[in-house]
Design a protein around this ligand. Structure first.
Ligand code: AMP
Length: 281
């Protein structure tokens, strides 16, 4: 595996490569990331992985400061999981000048994470488009854990006319059901145990949904999780999986997903998860 910190060096390495797959990450790698990396390595001649904690997507300075950084361990995991080229640029390398571009994602950007993390998806699009320009992949891999992010990336790809296939990969969970996340390392063991209630409730809600209305399921999920004192639901929306707009009836969409964000513990740590209620191919 080659390690690059300069975009021109990576570009030169990739210049004669034909079939490039790409996985953008912020590091602190876990099995969730590795599932994307393994798939990327198996489907492409060259697998490129970036590790970059992108400041422009953090609307909370403390979150940026506390974000886990584990470069040595990340490089070892990348080497062991089929990565051919690791890209670890500095902030100056990625942003020699301020990126002032403003994206408009329409209705998909105005719900859920959109209004609650102002500027977040704009920052994600700034960095991912810059990385796409450097790597020029044929395929890029993203996790469904960040469900809204995939819709945003697809919109950005359309707007900027990239010829890149966006591959979405299923959520990888701990044995307990908790969705794997770099932020889980910020939880104490006790908090991690309690956070399992989030996925447990989402799984149970699939059964509950068979006989209850959308409104009832929403209320039940929020009440069940909030009953645990260290958990605080920020939002739980049941949405059309394509438009991300809230639905009122189960029959309103062919693809129905419940998206949740929960604050956990004293720090607190912001955890996201989602569950598919219905998907008609
Ligand atoms: P991050 O490092 O958090 O920016 O994540 C990099 C990529 O890994 C994103 O596409 C995430 O959606 C994906 N990812 C993170 N956690 C998981 C998980 N538990 N399962 C699947 N994909 C994940």
């Amino acid at each position: 595996m080659e390690v690059f910190r300069r975009k021109n060096d990576l570009k030169a390495f990739l210049a004669d490569k034909k079939n490039i797959g790409f996985v953008p990450t912020m590091g602190a790698l876990h099995e969730g990331h590795l599932s994307l990396i393994k798939r990327c390595a198996s489907e492409n001649e060259i697998c490129v992985v970036s590790v970059f904690v992108n400041p422009t997507q953090f609307n909370d300075k403390n979150d940026l400061k506390n974000y886990p950084r584990t470069e040595e361990a990340d490089l070892a995991l990348l080497r062991a999981n089929g990565c051919d080229a690791a890209f670890l640029p500095s902030v100056e390398e990625m942003y020699p000048e301020e990126d002032t571009r403003v994206f408009d994602f329409g209705e998909i950007g105005n719900v859920m994470e959109g209004p609650r993390r102002p500027g977040h998806f704009n920052g994600v699009s700034q960095v991912v488009s810059r990385l796409f320009d450097i790597v020029a992949p044929q395929k890029a891999y993203f996790g469904e854990k960040d469900f809204q992010q995939i819709a945003i990336i697809r919109s950005m790809v359309k707007q900027l006319n990239y010829d890149i296939e966006i591959v979405s990969c299923p959520i990888v969970r701990e044995q307990s059901g908790l969705a794997k996340s770099s932020r889980n390392t910020l939880l104490t063991d006790g908090e991690k145990e309690k956070a399992v209630l989030i996925s447990k409730t989402l799984f149970e809600s699939v059964n509950f949904a068979k006989s209850k209305s959308v409104a009832d399921v929403k209320q039940w999920v929020v009440d069940t999780i909030n009953a645990e004192p260290i958990l605080d639901v920020e939002y739980f929306e049941i949405v059309d999986g394509y438009t991300l707009q809230s639905i009122e009836n189960w029959s309103d969409a062919d693809y129905v997903v419940g998206c949740i964000t929960v604050y956990c513990g004293v720090r607190p740590v912001r955890l996201i998860d989602n569950i598919t209620y219905k998907k008609q191919e």
